[in-house]
Design a protein around this ligand. Structure first.
Ligand code: ATP
Ligand code: MG
Length: 365
């Protein structure tokens, strides 16, 4: 087991800089998730940790050892990819033990490790089967098993669940989390799925254009996003953004007049007179007359465009001033229909405001 330290790491491909000034201390036993949109540099960073991609600049250490020039096989890591290609002509036992046999690991040792891993992954009854005789989830477990038997210091996983259907993905997500708790091996997990990131990560790195945007625990990222990108990326349905201006400490537009509370009331003073993006999450909105949110200086006028009853709750998409659409998660028994003029109440403790140019969260800057 080991910690992984990335210090000012860069990756350049010709004149493209895929990863920029990436610094991160991944602690021993941590489950660190890299998340971000396609092309933001997640895989490239993971491959640099694995040693499959040369580091253009900066220092990478695993344990106490600088490994910039250490070949992948000597880094004591195991990697699980999206395309986990098992050997079709080998059975599960042979697939799982292949790497160990290459390394001339003693036979008794191999048997113990494969047996333990198979039991842990609940595939011990499948050891004689070939990959084509397995379900997708079972195959993914074998791929994980192949990594586990290596008993590495660090697991690197690149979207390992993206080939599975939605239900299996949820199941495997839980399995991997459980596995991590059992084995305690430092893990770096890449995904572009913010739900996977939130549910699995001890901490999450949000990336964009090769740059770290924020590193934090799931709940801190959700509650205290440092900028509009992070705020909009974490959470589904996403945070709503509406343009407004700061007037007398209020966030105003022709459709709303919101009076920030607490720390936000203090911070917003610095933006007096400026235009900002007002941010509020769908669950922090309620339908006036049908919500527990207290009425005060917190009304947003809107027109309902779409009503989506989900059973436990209803999502409404509503137009604010004709040019911005916001989503509200409201009580599923509220009487509301497309075309209705409505008033939404904002829970003022959950307001955010972002600078129009830098997109920094004014509340936390
Ligand atoms: N071998 C390469 N040569 C040139 N450019 C590359 C190479 N590999 C990656 N890139 C570029 O580096 C950037 C980051 O790519 P990377 O694969 O790390 O993204 P990612 O975050 O993993 O995206 P995805 O979610 O689509 O897998 C992209 O702009 C990509 O086009
Ligand atoms: Mg990738």
């Amino acid at each position: 087991m080991a910690e992984v330290l990335l210090e000012n790491i860069y990756k350049r491909f010709g004149n493209i800089t895929a990863v920029k000034d990436f610094s991160l201390h991944i602690k021993d036993e941590e489950f660190m998730v890299f998340v971000g949109p396609s092309g933001c540099g997640k895989t490239t960073t993971l491959r640099m940790i694995a040693g499959l991609e040369e580091i253009s600049d900066g220092t990478l250490s695993i344990g106490d050892r600088v490994v910039n020039d250490v070949p992948p096989k000597d880094r004591d890591i195991a990697m699980v990819f999206q395309n986990y290609a098992l050997y079709p002509h080998m059975n599960v036992q042979q697939n799982m033990s292949f790497g160990l046999r290459l390394r001339k690991t003693p036979k008794a040792d191999i048997e113990r490790r494969v047996g333990d891993a198979a039991q842990l992954l609940q595939i011990d009854h499948l050891l004689e089967r070939r990959p084509r005789e397995l379900s997708g989830g079972q195959r993914q477990r074998v791929a994980l098993g192949r990594a586990i038997v290596r008993e590495p210091k660090v697991f690197l996983m690149d979207e390992p669940l993206s080939n599975l259907d939605a239900k299996l993905r949820v199941e495997m997500r839980a399995s991997i989390s459980k596995l991590h708790r059992r084995l305690g091996v430092t893990t770096v997990y890449v995904t572009h799925d913010q739900v996977e990131a939130m549910t699995m990560g001890t901490r999450i790195v949000v990336m964009k254009d090769g740059l770290i945007q924020q590193v934090d625990s799931p709940i801190n990222l959700y509650d205290k996003p440092v900028n509009k990108f992070v705020a909009g990326f974490m959470g589904s349905p996403a945070m709503n953004f509406m343009v407004g201006s700061v007037q007398g400490g209020h966030l105003k537009s022709p459709q709303f007049d919101l009076a920030p509370e607490g720390e936000m009331a203090q911070k917003i003073k610095a933006a007096e007179g400026k235009k900002v993006y007002v941010g509020i999450r769908p669950e922090n909105l309620g339908l006036r007359g049908n919500t527990a949110i207290q009425e005060g200086q917190n009304i947003i006028k809107a027109q309902v465009e779409v009503v989506e009853p989900l059973g436990a709750e209803t999502h409404i998409m509503a137009s604010v001033g004709g040019d911005q659409t916001i989503v509200a998660r409201i009580d599923s028994h509220a009487q509301v229909a497309a075309g209705d003029q409505i008033e939404l109440l904002a829970d003022l403790g959950f307001l955010h405001a972002f600078d129009l140019e830098t997109e920094a969260n004014i509340r936390f800057s």
